[in-house]
Every structure is written in C-alpha cells, then in structure tokens.
Write a protein that binds this ligand. Structure first.
Ligand code: CA2
Length: 153
C-alpha cells in the first residue's frame, strides 16, 4: 500500500458554462437559437444527467473573466468535463482559449446554431482550437449531445 496521494478521481460533476447574451435565450431570434430558455436547457440537462449518474453545474455570465475563472474552478473541483458555449467570445477570446489549454479538464465546445453556416466572422473559433471537440447546430440538443460525450470520458 502506498501512502503517496494519487491524482483526484474525477467526480461526476459537469460544468455547463454559457457566455454573453445567452441569458436572453428564448426571448429573441428563435429562428436562429430556438424557443428554449437557458433554464429550459438546464432542466433537460438535469433530467438526462440524473439518468447518467452525473451532476450538472450550469452558469451564465456576460463577462469574459468569469468564464476564465470558472474553467479554472472546474479543474480545481476535479470536474469530469466542461460543456462550454462561450457565445460571441468563441470568436474573439484568446483568454478563454488559453484557459482551456491551461486546465486538464476536457472542454466540449457547444453552439445552438451552426457558426460555419452563418457570417464569416463566426467561422473562426478560439474555443474550438483548444477544446476536445465541438457540437454545433442542433439547438438545445447540442448541449444534450455534449453531455452524452462527457458521460463517456
Ligand atoms: O449558436 C450559438 O450557440 C452561439 O454561441 C450563440 C452566440 C453567437 O455569437 C455565436 O456565434 C454562436 C450568440 C448568443 C446570443 O444569444 C442570444 C439569445 C437570444 C437573443 C439574441 C441573442
């Protein structure tokens, strides 16, 4: 028997982090983002997480630094994975890119819409360059598909 501490066993905790303006989901542009609110999506994720034996911690912020802090926190909490919709920061934030790179926790990039089918400025993703993988274009289902992936890590 060894008394040397081993790496923490990943918990069944999955962080679901949402970036700017996603608090408005379900109120405008339903043709692009669907009718579900962020609370609706949280409910769907919690139902599926229960079946998978996972726990969800869902958050939203309009501030870039909060997302960076929460990525660090996910690692400190030994979370199993982070599901991240960084909103428009996806296309602008080297800080979020670097935060994803700096943690061992796998990050799954999600989008409700399909950025590649939209304006040119949405085609590049700093998040995607650092994330384990990306799921986009399926509305609220993108989050549920990401949870299925996280359950298999
Ligand atoms: O499709 C996605 O999930 C996006 O991350 C959503 C971002 C957009 O900047 C990304 O290119 C793709 C925008 C979120 C804005 O959310 C709204 C919600 C309701 C009404 C208006 C905007």
């Amino acid at each position: 028997m060894s008394l040397i501490p081993t790496n923490p066993v990943p918990k069944n905790l999955v962080y679901v982090l949402n970036g700017p303006n996603l608090n408005l989901l379900g109120t405008r542009e339903p043709e692009i983002y669907g009718h579900d609110t962020l609370d609706d999506i949280a409910g769907q994720l919690e139902d599926r997480a229960r079946e998978l034996g996972l726990e969800i911690d869902m958050r939203q912020s309009n501030h870039e630094g909060h997302l960076v802090d929460w990525l660090h926190e996910a690692q400190a909490q030994a979370a199993r994975a982070v599901i991240l919709n960084a909103g428009a920061f996806t296309h602008t934030s080297i800080a979020i890119h670097d935060a994803i790179k700096s943690v061992r926790t796998p990050v799954i990039e999600v989008h409700l819409s399909s950025p590649h089918a939209r304006e040119e400025f949405r085609h590049h993703s700093y998040v995607g360059r650092a994330a384990r993988g990306t799921i986009a274009g399926f509305g609220a289902l993108s989050y549920l598909l990401a949870l299925e992936a996280a359950a298999r890590f």
